[in-house]
Design a protein around this ligand. Structure first.
Ligand code: ZN
Length: 167
């Protein structure tokens, strides 16, 4: 039973926080994405492993890496379909999300995969995908600046006025 002498009195309120954060040593990835639609990975100077997402140091042999530009195409390694999401993507559900290994990369990047006629067979292991970018005016240097689409839908996506292809 509730003891009124020790009842919690709750008041609903809001906190607004303006803040900024840094991508630190990963910043080049986001700057080049925003400015030039480049997908920059890193390559280990010792073992040659190509990391995407980029890592400043190789997690296998702990040597320094160097930046290396990767192609905009790759394939899905593992995927799922998203039905619940954040406000940024609520208009897009259902959509795919997948670990995508870009060609020339040794590791996979987690990113959204959109499809005009989404069926699970289009968002599955082995599916070839290609990166589509927001237009320059909309790119902010964030992961939401780009997404992937099945290769056979690429032309249709980049012909929409809010999107564009890479170089
Ligand atoms: Zn290494």
């Amino acid at each position: 039973m509730t003891d009124k002498n020790f009842q919690a009195h709750e008041i609903r309120d809001k906190i607004k926080i303006d803040y900024k954060y840094t991508y630190g040593s990963q910043s080049k990835f986001f700057i080049d994405l925003m400015s030039d639609k480049k997908l920059q990975g890193t390559k280990c100077k010792k073992c040659g492993k190509v990391w995407m997402p980029p890592r400043v140091g190789c997690s296998d042999c702990f040597e320094d890496t160097e930046w290396v530009e990767l192609p905009h195409s790759g394939q899905i390694m593992v995927s799922t379909i998203v039905w619940y999401t954040t406000s940024d993507f609520i208009q897009k559900i259902p959509y795919g999300i997948a670990f995508i290994k870009l060609d020339n990369a040794d590791t996979a990047l987690l990113q959204g995969v959109f499809s005009e006629n989404l069926v699970p067979s289009k968002i599955k292991k082995g599916q070839r995908v290609k990166a589509v970018f927001k237009t320059a005016a909309d790119r902010e240097g964030k992961m939401t600046d780009f997404f992937f689409v099945p290769e056979d839908e690429y032309e249709a996506w980049i012909n929409q006025e809010q999107y564009e292809g890479g170089k």
